[in-house]
Design a protein. Structure first.
Length: 151
């Protein structure tokens, strides 16, 4: 079907100047009308940023398929615990430094003998174990759709 810029503007709800700009590369007949499929692809799919050509439906579907594949691969990597969500890493980082800081401040003015160092390291291990237990409980509760209990 051959259509005009005005018809495209009315049908798409976009301003005529916007439509004109987006379909500027589409070939027209003597009356200035163009193929509706090509024009709608140009309006809705836009221009391919690398070479300035219009993206066809097939190309848009191909790019969408690639993006979905990457998303699925990322979800699988997270399920295998190869990749962790950024929020979880930030939380761990924050709590790790809080645990180290609190332990070192709690042992202020102690002579760093072999036994003292072992005691400090034991405190680190115990604090991290408690943190990971509460973190896993929150993950399980979140996976089950329950609200995690606060300690």
């Amino acid at each position: 079907m051959r259509v005009s810029i005005n018809w495209l503007s009315v049908v798409t709800g976009k301003h005529a100047a916007t439509v004109k700009k987006r379909v500027s590369e589409i070939p027209r007949d003597a009356k200035g009308k163009m193929d509706s499929a090509s024009a709608l692809e140009a309006i809705y799919y836009g221009v391919n940023g690398s070479n300035g050509e219009f993206i066809t439906t097939a190309e848009a579907v191909r790019q969408l398929t690639i993006a979905k594949k990457e998303q699925i691969e990322l979800q699988n990597a997270q399920a295998r615990h190869e990749v962790y969500p950024a929020d979880d890493v930030r939380l761990l980082y924050k709590h790790a430094f809080a645990i180290v800081t609190a332990t070192l401040k709690g042992n202020e003015n102690r002579l760093l003998s072999f036994e003292t160092v072992n005691d400090i390291l034991r405190q680190f291990r115990e604090a991290f174990e408690r943190f990971f237990e509460s973190w896993k409980a929150e993950e399980v509760a979140g996976a089950n759709g329950e609200k995690a209990m606060e300690e």
